[in-house]
Design a binder for this molecule. Structure first.
Ligand code: C5P
Length: 242
């Protein structure tokens, strides 16, 4: 059961220290389902870091959030797949032609469409002329990605429930912005804004929880992992199929 629930966790290996990344991959790789390589690591170390992490993990999530013209994105998807990525992100905001080109280039890799980044709060969305109901926007962008052939969407845990109703499995719902305490105080000093607890994300129907700093920066990562597992199990839907 515990192995089952942690298979639904992707640990974000966000660091500029290669030795640190190796240590995290070695520690978390055997304990969770997915390791996530982000822009920071990929820009620094390139495709070889994907191969290195893959040796330690059941699956690698390459979080490049591609957003460019369709031809360029299609080429990048092919490259990421060749590097060994199992999951890859593209921005839903690139539009349906870009998403369809990405999906056409994706053979083995599972494409996840990023909707609205979880650090954007109401004021930031307003600045971007994206004020209004963010849940509605996330839902319509995710559905666009689904129609274009993406395997899933990335959204804040606060938006999962509405999206789950509109997009049943096997469409994957992936949620970063996981925090043990979801109070505003807990998010103070943190760049994430639209956050929720692991149990809330699970209860809302998330398939995969992306967790970075609450695990990697924990004084005791073993304890943090145990707490994450407990909270996910508490949601009571750990046996729901992916
Ligand atoms: O450390 P933390 O738990 O905030 O890490 C969250 C991870 O999820 C980061 O690697 C971040 O790049 C990624 N992410 C996100 N919001 C998205 C998509 C990905 O925070 N919409």
């Amino acid at each position: 059961m515990s192995e089952e629930v942690l298979s639904r966790v992707a640990v974000a290996l966000d660091t500029d220290d290669r030795a640190q990344l190796r240590d995290w991959a070695a520690y978390f790789g055997p304990r969770v389902g997915v390791l996530k390589v982000g822009l920071e690591a990929f820009v620094r170390w390139g495709p070889e870091v994907v191969a290195e992490v893959r040796e330690k993990a059941a699956a690698v999530f390459l979080d490049l959030k591609l957003h460019d013209i369709p031809n360029t994105v299609a080429g990048a998807v092919a490259g990421a797949q060749a590097a060994g990525a199992d999951y890859l992100t593209v921005h839903a905001g690139g539009g349906s032609a870009m998403l369809a080109a990405a999906a056409a280039a994706a053979d083995r890799v599972r494409l996840l469409a990023v909707t609205l980044l979880t650090h954007l709060d109401a004021a930031a969305l307003d600045e971007l002329d994206l004020a209004g109901d963010s849940r509605r926007r996330v839902r319509s962008w995710a559905m666009l990605a689904r129609r274009a052939g993406c395997a899933g969407a990335v959204c804040s845990p606060l938006e999962v429930a509405g999206l789950r109703a509109a997009a049943p499995p096997p469409f994957l719902l992936v949620t970063p912005g996981i925090r043990f305490g979801s109070s505003p105080e807990a998010a103070a000093g943190d760049d994430q804004r639209r956050v929720a607890t692991p149990s809330a994300a699970m209860a809302a129907g998330a398939d995969l929880l992306v967790v970075g700093r609450p695990l990697t920066r924990a004084a005791d990562p073993g304890r943090a992992l145990a707490r994450l597992e407990e909270e996910m199990l508490a949601a009571g839907n750990s046996l729901r199929g992916r």
